[in-house]
Design a protein around this ligand. Structure first.
Ligand code: SF4
Ligand code: MG
Length: 333
């Protein structure tokens, strides 16, 4: 059946001041030709270092910022022709990392959750809010009239989840939504999210730097580097075999529960290059230990690797026609 989201060639470039006395303008290639699908009912995890374009991608999906290029099809409707930004914003809600910043400190919990339904003229916004507070595990009799500062971080994030759900969204984007919580609270909120997804038939895009959390909650994982998708695939497949050298380095830095199960891959050195002037060809070539001449001159395309049609990576090593010799070398050994 048809995916909930089809994102094709998304581009977002931001002008920034640079140079001596900030007198020049330059362009940050925040999201640079990103394509992916989100299937109905799944959780798509998005991972990558900070600055890779994860959050910008999320903001494009929710209509918080406008596309420079590319298209978004939401449940069969094309943004801009079949549905407006306003309609998209109603169908897609977002929960951010900072549980406090997204709540109005002067509104009670009940009023915060009832705000959206009220604005959209729904019947009985207070009833909707009380019901949702119960659903996210906050007894409305105890919590409805409290203020955000009277709650713990975990409780506030439950309120933010209730607030997102109050608009009956199809897609919820969770941008580092559990990253600020203690480990035990984080586990509770993750389980709540899983339960809600099942009960309400929701679809999630889950953005996180924490690969263990992403593994726990995601069905598929998208890996981004400097504004591009470098690998995407089913969670088991990606956690077992990282086809892109960047993914391999990222995962090598992941704290593993099982010390026998660590990869041999050396962790990534240095910071990502400046997104104002991204490297030519494969953007990872300045940090990749397998880089060859072709890597700097030609951009690798996302292509299936191995036998799994759903697992794709953008690396010349997997493309026999590219002239990258590693595959040949390995075969000869
Ligand atoms: Fe490394 Fe080349 Fe593959 Fe890029 S295309 S990840 S530089 S081997
Ligand atoms: Mg971010």
């Amino acid at each position: 059946h048809q995916p909930l989201i089809i994102a094709s060639g998304l581009k977002k470039h931001f002008p920034v001041r640079s140079g001596l006395l900030n007198r020049q303008t330059a362009t940050v290639h925040a999201v640079d030709g990103v394509s992916f699908e989100v299937k109905k009912g799944e959780t798509l995890g998005i991972v990558g270092e900070s600055g890779c374009g994860k959050s910008t991608t999320a903001r494009l999906l929710i209509g918080l910022i406008e596309l420079d290029d590319g298209s978004i099809i939401f449940d069969g409707d094309k943004l801009g022709s079949d549905i407006s930004l306003k309609e998209l914003r109603r169908g897609v809600q977002m929960v951010f990392q900072d549980s406090y910043a997204s709540l109005n400190p002067r509104l009670t919990i009940l009023d915060s959750v009832a705000f959206g339904p009220k604005l959209h003229g729904l019947k009985d916004p207070a009833g909707i809010a009380r019901n949702l507070l119960g659903r996210v595990g906050l007894d409305p009799d105890r919590f409805a009239h409290r203020y955000p500062h009277e709650l713990s971080g975990g409780q506030r994030q439950r309120v933010n989840i209730a607030r997102a759900l109050a608009m009956s969204p199809r897609l919820v984007i969770l941008d580092e939504a559990v990253s600020a919580l203690d480990k035990s609270v984080e586990a509770q909120v993750l389980n709540l999210l899983n339960d809600l997804r099942e009960e309400l038939g929701l679809t999630y895009v889950f953005i996180s730097h924490d690969l263990n959390v992403v593994r726990y909650i995601s069905d598929r994982v998208l890996v981004m580097y400097l504004g591009e998708v470098v690998e995407v695939g089913p969670v088991e497949s990606i956690y077992e075999t990282q086809a892109h050298p960047y993914t391999a380095s990222l995962f090598a830095a992941m704290p593993s529960m099982d010390p026998d199960n660590r990869t041999e891959e050396p962790p990534l050195a240095g910071d990502p290059p400046n997104p104002i002037n991204p490297p030519s060809g494969c953007r990872f070539h300045t940090r990749c230990r397998f880089a060859e001449g072709v890597c700097a001159s030609r951009k690798p395309k996302l292509a299936t690797i191995g036998g799994d049609a759903d697992h794709l990576a953008a690396c010349h090593m997997h493309d026999a026609a590219s002239g990258h010799s590693l595959a040949l070398k390995e075969a000869a050994e």
